[in-house]
Design a protein around this ligand. Structure first.
Ligand code: 5GP
Ligand code: ZN
Length: 113
């Protein structure tokens, strides 16, 4: 998709801080860093939302998530994390290329007492 920000990140037109990459999946730091280490995991093929993912792509994408979360846990010494995925504008999706948010939680640093 020529006007998709995440497709541009995949093909290198827009720079990103890569966390993980293989033939079908890319993970990179979210530009907004809601918490330190906030990462997005995306399929390299353009699929707008969860409904459009094939079982193969969904399966592969989720199969690499534990490796990514373990690496983030080590790098950022995180205490917990949220996995989040928005589908459709009414659910808060703003980039229409499927992405899974990994939101590290750092305890008091995030305001959690
Ligand atoms: P959504 O609201 O669709 O679930 O999440 C889209 C996410 O993409 C947002 O958290 C936003 O900060 C991130 N984002 C938007 N544009 C860029 C960009 O150019 N680079 C990176 N790294 N993240 C982006
Ligand atoms: Zn795309």
């Amino acid at each position: 998709m020529s006007d998709c920000i995440f497709c541009k990140i995949i093909n290198g037109e827009i720079p990103s801080s890569k966390v993980y990459e293989d033939e079908h999946v890319l993970a990179f730091l979210d530009i907004s860093q809601v918490t330190k280490g906030h990462t997005l995991v995306i399929p390299k093929a353009h699929h707008e939302n969860v409904h459009e993912l094939t079982p193969e792509i969904a399966g592969h994408l989720f199969s690499v998530v534990p490796g990514i979360t373990k690496a983030l846990k080590k790098t950022y010494n995180l205490k917990g994390l949220n996995l989040l995925n928005n589908n459709g504008e009414y659910a808060g999706q703003s980039v229409f290329h499927f992405h899974l948010h990994i939101l590290p939680r750092h305890g008091e640093e995030d305001g959690f007492k």
